[in-house]
Design a protein around this ligand. Sequence first.
Ligand code: ADP
Length: 343
Amino acid sequence: MPTEKDNDSVQVAVRIRPLIDSEIGRGCRDILEVFPAIHQIRIKDSDRAFTFNHVCDSMTSQMLFYGMCVKPLIDNLFKGYNVTILAYGQTGSGKTYSMGTAYDGDTDGGIIPRAVNDIFNYANDNFAYDFHITVSFMELYQEVLYDLLTAKSREQSVVEIREDPKGAIIIPGLTAEPVKSASQALDLLLKGSKGRVTGSTNMNTQSSRSHAIFTINILMQQKSDSNMNKTAKFYLVDLAGSERSKKTGATGVAFREGVNINKGLLALGNVISVLGGDKQQSYVSFRDSNLTRLLKDSLGGNSITLMIACVSPADYNLDETISTLRYADRARQIKNKPVVNED
Ligand code: ADP
């Protein structure tokens, strides 16, 4: 269970999904084993082992995963901290399933529907503060940022990332829809996910090759003194697939998309390497991609951050799995400086 002290470091949870039909059809072997008591994941028949804050095998239910890895972070929002959850991994490894980004009203949803319900339950039971909650939903595709909640056409829904005079990231014109209930927020999640670009590659027929960022903004106004405010931003990020284009069998536009997606993920990898102390470089180049600009506060900044490393258990995906585990291992070394947003 993470403690307050752990909040200084980026936390990492590894989640293994079950073998899927196409892997079983290929005769794939399950090559991963977990040792939860020591938080370790190992590659069978090798000496490769990685230790993370949480390691979850393929039997871990949505409810258990949420309760163990995410719920303890939700309380921090109400103290006025920003919280980020990032799902990383190759296409088809379970990012969307875990985040719940493609929520369709299913009761066994992922993190977003569960978190939204918890946030509103907390707000409804709290008599000391008035809560003002808004949600935004963005898609970053080929380095272009789209507002998924606007009524405008796809072309007109493009929004720009800017910095305010203090260096904080702002997105002028981005829809921040006020919501009064969990169901209103989840309707917006559904509306936005329908507008996302989806594509089909060998890895997964319905997978998205874009990054999806769902944001919940919370303003807490003390009832006894409306000048006493706390704010919190909750970033929920479902990253694009991390695989190399070759494995996806992508060609033409899909190949170019792969290259562009990798630009964001490559920049993210560099940021993680520098912040994690892997590179002898003091300058962190967040400006190299829109993805890293958006995640500036989440890595090395003022946020409490959890990275979920999603992996397939199949021997066929061994290279991608090791690459994901290495990436996550570097992320685990990053120190953040969470601060309460209070005025
Ligand atoms: P990604 O978003 O990484 O491309 P998905 O979330 O779409 O991958 O997952 C690929 C497939 O595997 C989906 O059919 C999904 O329902 C299934 N899946 C992923 N993780 C799990 C899990 N932990 N338990 C059961 N099924 C899972």
